[in-house]
Design a protein around this ligand. Structure first.
Ligand SMILES: [Zn+2]
Length: 168
């Protein structure tokens, strides 16, 4: 049972539960004209390669909400070096991927409500048992970094969910 419900100021309905948001591709992917994507990009549910030159992995970004057990989470992308991407791909096939540790990645998604998020510095922390890796954002005063490290208030969560439900 969900503990998060609120009356929406945009549609007057009661919304229940924190929706989850799947980000299907890194932002760079959308800058490739759609008729060229077929031969310039390789997109899976975990990886994206563009022009055999740019390498991206998908992770989990978890944002705690004060006073709630539930968290807000996204599945953003980070860009990896070629050698780390190779390692990341190997890790997808094994149960004990955490032995690969973490790898540096540039944040490659926009999260509505947190300003410009592209190219924040992150660490991608590989997880065991084929779980999607966690994204750890470098501590700075960027709004997304503050939200990740300090959590957000319930009021901020409502504000964000209203934007996401009625815009995304
Ligand atoms: Zn609504």
């Amino acid at each position: 049972m969900s503990s998060f419900t609120f009356k929406c100021s945009k549609c007057d309905q009661i919304h229940e539960g924190i929706p989850s948001f799947n980000l299907e591709a890194p932002v760079y992917y959308y800058s490739i004209p759609s008729e060229e994507r077929e031969f310039r990009t390789k997109l899976t549910s975990d990886t994206c390669v563009i022009d055999d030159e740019y390498f991206f992995a998908k992770g989990f970004l978890i944002i705690p909400v004060s006073g709630l057990d539930e968290t807000l989470f996204f599945t953003p992308w980070v860009s990896l070096s070629k050698s780390n991407f190779t390692k990341f791909q190997e890790s997808l096939d094994i149960e004990d991927a955490s032995k690969y540790g973490s790898m540096f990645g540039w944040f490659s998604s926009q999260i509505e409500g947190f300003g410009d998020c592209v190219n924040l510095k992150t660490n991608l922390i590989l997880q065991d048992n084929n779980h999607r890796p966690d994204i750890d954002i470098e501590p700075t005063d960027h709004p997304l970094s503050l939200a990740y490290h300090n959590g957000i208030s319930k009021e901020k969560l409502i504000e964000l969910v209203e934007i996401y439900l009625h815009k995304w």
